[in-house]
Design a protein around this ligand. Structure first.
Ligand code: GLV
Ligand code: MN
Ligand code: MN
Length: 407
């Protein structure tokens, strides 16, 4: 292998101690104290590797290694260090730390590439604390406005801008679109295809579109005893029926269509009170824009129909989304040739998970590298991977990054 597997593993393990949970995962919500600690550690390692660190107004971190043609658009690689609540150790960290290991390897071997290399840690890839997801890269690509991002609030009312300042990561560099030479992101697959087919590397050629909605239903609060059934306006019942209807929508559209209700809140949430307000989220994803539009219509119809039956008010708000995006064939080809040089089995695939590569693709040639994860599980403390798969992924990233940096 080109890279140093032991050093790479030590870095992953050290990073995983920040925000570590009892169940073996990490809890490192965007702009939390744990996110700050993870950023500080990455900044220290970048400094140790002789990289020049730049932080932009969104807190995106860019660690730069000079190239022979230092004005050329950089070959970028990276991912994110934030996590979902009680998430896995590899989701995000793998891609940032593999890019760091690639650069450490170039330093060891005293290789100077043609283009500069920039390792990036994007702010708020995950999104549960401050929707939408892929926010730092979205602002960088001009798809999300900086003002809207700064005004995002968490469930306790904390504002993103205040949290960014609190942890000391509101940088000076403008977060505006710039031309990039290439972008590569290594990530665990987070699904079962590679592991079930026994394939070592996924060459990711595109990324599903996704939409995030929040549905609020309002009824009337009343006593659970004396209120006759025919007089009730029970927000919970309207929500439950809508959620059950949403579960059936993907099956009507396409075998790869997915829809999830992952957030839910209920007021007043008391055993003897008829609920007057319910809020739930909907996340739905596919590679075809027409099917995403169709799903949205079906979800809205289901909510209106079920709300009407229970005499509820309903409001549907979009809180995030991105369109399906095909990646660049020349970057995918660099990944394929790296696999072939190393004798690793590979297959092409699209990603159903969101990644910052989605927005990087708006700025320059982009592709991703997937490696298997145990049972295809992720966004869970049970997320895990074989170290051999992690090393292979890191080695392929290093090889493909050098190809792009020399192109
Ligand atoms: C991010 O991991 C997402 O796909 O929601
Ligand atoms: Mn991720
Ligand atoms: Mn994730």
């Amino acid at each position: 292998m080109l890279i140093n597997p032991d050093r790479f593993r030590q870095s992953i393990e050290e990073m995983a101690r920040i925000g570590a949970t009892k169940g073996g995962g990490v809890h490192r919500l965007t702009l939390s104290d744990a996110d700050k600690q993870a950023r500080d550690l990455f900044a220290k390692w970048a400094d140790d590797a002789g990289l020049e660190l730049q932080i932009d107004e969104m807190g995106n971190m860019f660690a730069r290694r000079s190239g022979r043609e230092d004005d050329a658009p950089p070959a970028m690689a990276g991912s994110h260090l934030d996590s979902v609540p009680n998430g896995g150790r590899f989701d995000g960290s793998l891609g940032v730390l593999a890019a760091l290991e690639a650069v450490r390897t170039l330093n060891d071997k005293k290789i100077l590439t043609k283009r500069p290399i920039e390792i990036v840690n994007w702010t708020n890839e995950e999104g549960p604390r401050f929707p939408p997801s892929m926010m730092g890269s979205g602002v960088f690509a001009g798809a999300i406005s900086l003002e809207a991002a700064y005004e995002a609030r968490d469930s306790e009312g904390a504002r993103l801008l205040d949290e960014l300042e609190r942890i000391g990561y509101r940088g000076d560099a403008p977060c505006v679109p710039k031309s990039i030479g290439s972008y590569l992101e290594l990530h665990i697959e987070q699904g079962p295809a590679l592991v079930s087919e026994g394939i070592q590397v996924g060459v990711v050629e595109g990324i599903f579109g996704l939409t995030w909605l929040r549905v609020t239903m309002k009824g009337e609060r009343d006593h659970a005893g004396p209120t006759p059934m025919h007089m009730r306006r029970d927000a919970m019942v309207g929500a439950a029926r809508t959620i059950a209807a949403i579960r059936e929508i993907p099956g009507k559209l396409h075998p790869e269509f997915v829809a999830t209700v992952g957030e839910f809140s209920l007021s007043p949430n008391a055993i003897n009170v008829i609920p007057d307000e319910v809020m739930f989220s909907v996340d739905f994803r596919h590679s075809e824009p027409e099917l995403l539009n169709k799903a949205r219509k079906l979800i809205e119809e289901a909510a209106q129909r079920e709300a009407a039956k229970e005499n509820l008010e309903v409001e549907i708000q979009e809180v995030g989304g991105s369109t399906p995006t095909a990646f660049d064939e020349s970057v995918a080809q660099a990944v394929r040739s790296a696999c072939e040089e190393s004798g690793y089995s590979h297959r092409s695939m699209w990603s159903a998970a969101g990644h910052d590569a989605r927005y990087a693709a708006d700025l320059g040639p982009t592709a991703m590298i997937f490696v298997p994860c145990v049972a295809g599980k992720s966004h869970s403390e049970e997320e895990d991977m074989d170290w051999e798969d992690a090393y292979r992924g890191c080695d392929i990233l290093a090889r493909a990054l050098v190809k792009m940096a020399d192109s």
